[in-house]
Design a protein around this ligand. Structure first.
Ligand SMILES: [Zn+2]
Length: 177
């Protein structure tokens, strides 16, 4: 791979990870960190709440759209038809597992593409992708500051319930004698 190809690949992986994080934020799923390594390894890690169950249709739909956003953004940034990218293999396997519960087709990118094609959303994805290529890893406030707020209207439109604030879902109080 020459330098230009390497740069283009890193940029497209930056878009891939940034889109996972941005769509997660819009759908109310907190992200702990997102990173891309020089060797090509990349990941975006959601804050998995123990009360979220993938067998619930709304959580499966949220997870599906977040998973599909990576490949969709990669194709968009390269001006290609929206489909699963080679780097989206794990995302695709996850989506195929939960598609039935979610009630969505694992190859139908229309919903996630509609989300990403909004100018303000794509602008945020682009800026986060650039930041990721430069910083390699973003987390905490540095990441939160670059992400959009949860969009309750979008959540409703795609059939996903916004998550309660973190503080409302922790603090299980067990009284042992
Ligand atoms: Zn991915």
């Amino acid at each position: 791979m020459n330098t230009a190809e390497f740069t283009a690949t890193r940029r497209s992986i930056g878009f891939h990870e940034a889109a996972h994080a941005v769509v997660a934020a819009l759908l109310g799923q907190k992200i702990l960190w997102t990173e891309i390594h020089p060797d090509g390894y990349a990941e975006t890690v959601p804050d998995t709440n123990i009360f979220l169950r993938l067998d619930e249709p709304f959580q499966s739909r949220r997870t599906m759209l977040i998973a599909m956003a990576g490949s969709a953004a990669q194709c968009r940034c390269m001006d290609r038809d929206i489909q699963w990218s080679p780097e989206g293999g794990n995302d695709k396997r996850l989506v195929e597992e939960i598609a039935e519960t979610a009630g969505l087709s694992p190859d139908d990118f229309s919903t996630v593409n509609a989300i990403l094609s909004k100018d303000d959303v794509w602008e945020i994805v682009s800026r986060l992708a650039d930041a990721l290529v430069t910083c390699e890893r973003l987390e905490g406030q540095d990441l939160t500051d670059r992400l959009p707020d949860c969009d309750p209207v979008l959540c409703k439109t795609v059939g996903v319930f916004p998550l309660p604030p973190r503080s409302a879902s922790v603090g299980l109080h067990c009284d042992f004698p």
